[in-house]
Design a binder for this molecule. Structure first.
Ligand code: GLU
Length: 337
């Protein structure tokens, strides 16, 4: 992936810079990439092709509750694969670390998000919750007993992450439901390996609905900031999940959140993140906040082109890379002895 090396690399292990500085950098990130014309709008779900390629929104949510918005940060779009991260967190919260680890796993497949071969190669194991097999297996684990009960648990949880009520985009839902034969095949395959106990087609229907929930870049930033804030929504003060669940979720995002480019993303940007085919990306800086971006044109791996560039720019200029450190001056004083 392409990032700009001319952005000064700030190192920060503590908090975000002051309000004005963050505000200015968010506006800069938007202005800098607004006219970038690379990438292609997804069309494998027919209705997604109707998106305006010019849409571009950026939002930083601070873990203290501050919000910084630029461009189309309040334009709604479907959350798609980004829902996988938050549904995974809800299922971990309900079932605990070990059972979800055993059932779904955390290792990268190295194969596309909707790969059937990945399931076959791994003895029917879904491998991780960010590929479709693992996401479908995760949705099947939601508490609630019936499809309606699971949906209730899911929407209550995602609403709490966002701090507002999220609605389903019915047109996108129906468009995907009519064309998701592959996801139905994956669910049947998981069933054949005994990896899901619920009715596989009902689970795919729930998964398709969760992908069609409408969010904005602002929502993504708030949802991410909840993961950055030990599980407490910084706007509403509501505890959504535990701090341990946030840690587990962010670890999974770091290794698998950006499709087959997850390694490259972590190397260049140094933040756990998740993207979706409608053009959203959420990137989380633990303890500090989160960046939500939205822009429909995608690179060949399925990640938003402008969103990646803006997030890279903000990670560098805000000092968010979790692997960056600087010399600890007081320790050094005694180091020569
Ligand atoms: N609903 C989409 C699918 O399962 C999600 C794709 C994505 O955002 O990666 O195909």
């Amino acid at each position: 992936m392409q990032t700009d090396d001319d952005t000064e690399q700030v190192v920060s292990t503590g908090s975000l810079p002051g309000w004005d500085r963050v505000e200015q950098l968010v506006q800069d990130a938007h202005a800098r990439y607004r006219d970038l014309a690379d990438g292609t709008v997804a069309d494998y779900i027919p209705e997604l092709a109707a998106a305006d390629p010019a849409w571009f929104g950026v939002c930083v949510a601070e873990s203290g509750g501050g919000l910084h918005l630029a461009g189309d940060a309040e334009v709604p779009f479907t959350i798609q694969s980004i829902s996988k991260a938050f549904v995974y967190a809800l299922v971990c919260e309900a079932l605990g670390h070990r059972p979800v680890l055993d059932r779904v796993g955390v290792n990268n497949t190295g194969l596309p998000f909707n790969s059937v071969i990945a399931v076959e190669l791994n003895d029917g194991h879904p491998m991780n919750p960010m590929v479709n097999a693992g996401a479908i297996a995760t949705t099947a684990l939601l508490p609630g007993g019936t499809p309606a009960g699971r949906w209730e648990h899911l929407t209550r949880g995602l609403d709490a992450f966002a701090g507002r009520r999220l609605e389903v985009d019915d047109v996108v839902y129906r468009s995907e439901a009519a064309t998701n034969q592959r996801n139905r095949a994956i669910a049947r395959l998981l069933e054949s390996y005994g990896r899901i106990e619920a009715d596989p087609l009902a689970v795919v229907d729930l998964y398709t609905r969760q992908c069609a929930l409408r969010v904005t870049a602002r929502d993504l930033a708030v949802m991410g900031a909840t993961l950055a804030d030990g599980g407490v929504n910084p706007l509403t003060g509501e505890r959504v999940v535990s701090a341990q669940v946030c840690r587990d979720t962010l670890a999974v995002l770091a290794s698998t959140g950006m499709y087959e480019r997850s390694g490259e993303w972590l190397f260049e940007i140094g933040l756990p993140a998740k993207s979706g085919v409608a053009g959203g990306i959420v990137a989380v800086a633990p303890g500090k906040g989160a960046i939500g971006t939205f822009s429909p044109p995608l690179d060949p791996a399925g990640n938003s082109v402008r969103g990646q560039r803006a997030t890279a720019h903000l990670s560098r200029s805000l000092g968010l890379n979790v692997f960056a450190s600087s010399v600890h001056v007081t320790e050094r004083a005694g180091a020569g002895r």
